[in-house]
Design a protein around this ligand. Sequence first.
Ligand code: AMP
Length: 527
Amino acid sequence: MVHFSDFALHKSIQQAIHDMGFEEPSPIQEQCIPKILEGGDLIGQAQTGTGKTAAFGLPLIEKVTGQNAVQAIVLTPTRELAIQVSGELRKIAKYKKVRTLPIYGGQSIGHQIRALKQGVQVVIGTPGRVLDHLRRKTLHLDQVKMLVLDEADEMLDMGFQEDIESIIRETSTDRQTLLFSATMPQEILRLARKYMQDPQTVSISRKEVTAPTIEQVYYKVFERSKLESLCRIIDSEELELGIVFCRTKRGVDELTEALQERGYMASGLHGDLSQAQRDKVMKSFRDSTIELLVATDVAARGIDVGNVSHVINYDIPQDPESYVHRIGRTGRAGRRGIAITLVTPREMKQLRTIEKVSKSTLESRNVPSIEEVLERQQTIWRQQLVSLMDGEHELAPFMQVVDGLHEDYPVDKIAAAALSLAFSSTLADDASETYDFGETGASRGYVRFFINIGRSLDIRPPDLIKEMTELVGISSKAIGKIDIFENFTFIEVSEDVAPFVYEAMRNSRIKGKRVNVEPAKPRAKRT
Ligand code: AMP
């Protein structure tokens, strides 16, 4: 097994990796990191969710020196990704004096110019804005030793080819060039041939993996309401014993604590625990004094428990093989098992890869609404009451209380108050953070939105597509029919990404105007 300590990374970076809670390199990191450290160009076939950012980010930060010049530039298709990559690089560079700066359209250029003037070693930017800075001579790339094209296929899909080439030509020819892309169409290979020198290609080994024949489902969730979604899913399931997988040790600690606060019997397991602590957690899991074991892949590896009813991927696995390993922990010895995966909009692609490689189909489910959760809870309470009343339980001391009250209060009110006392802590929270756009008059599989900008602002479909793909971080393929009118526009986007579009577009600006996005009203039916 490969460890992060096997890589020639400075101890300040090893410490940062530890702080980030990574336990071991993901498959793409295992292959890329040593090659990038050695030097030489590299093409990585990987998408979001595989750990690709750290795959180039760790060696990138390792190589950057204190010299006051932009030494590395990462180009990303969207502002969202630029911010995300910048955040990850910043964490990697926590103990190193390296300044990173995301530059993207939509943010004041003056602010970016001031930040650049202060001295920045790593720039992460969208092609349009980077080019803008180059033309203004507020950004210089002649000292760049490393150029990274992240999500290159998306950048080309969005029409950034020329911009990218202009940017590459501003860098010195002895740079190291890295290209990451989920797919490898001809245009990418052409770009590689033109601007890379003998690149090595790395892809996650597509080992034959076959998922066990158990029920597999996925839920579309949002990063910010993931915890609430998880709780609702758990509440709507008949869960006996569940393993909940998180990506990092930190993730395990945070989720365990949050679940405990909400009254779930949960314990966490990861590599930083002592053997005694591990044994204790495992014992309580076997004895069923806990119902949920929250774990990283590494920690779960040694576990052998027979009656796991649910495997829940709170964080999507980094590769199909790990998916198959994880879900193989349920459905043992002929028992019924179910594997649940939470997927955020950006991770949809990773889900499709997992499905394809593991030859399984995951059924899509919607996170239960508060009403649905309540309905289920009520059924459970009823069952518990019936079994108490029909069983041998000693109810006499409680009967005396009821007797003492029922002269002044009706018996049904007393019963409800007693139930509230017993169960109100298990009531689901009302945080209606899932989206239901209702009927919007869209084509099948799409949601139709109304946007308050139109021809009067000189908006054309390609402008809108460009704005949306860059702003929201979706592929242009997810956009359907566009109808532009004088002062407003109807636009259809694929159901998968609709909530994301709604979240990201609201309160943004297009051509200086604040954008308002609403689900469209269905067109009046013709009679
Ligand atoms: P990416 O594929 O780069 O978008 O990364 C997806 C997520 O995985 C990010 O939240 C990373 O911080 C996280 N991640 C990256 N590498 C590892 C690792 N080796 N172990 C655990 N989590 C990781």
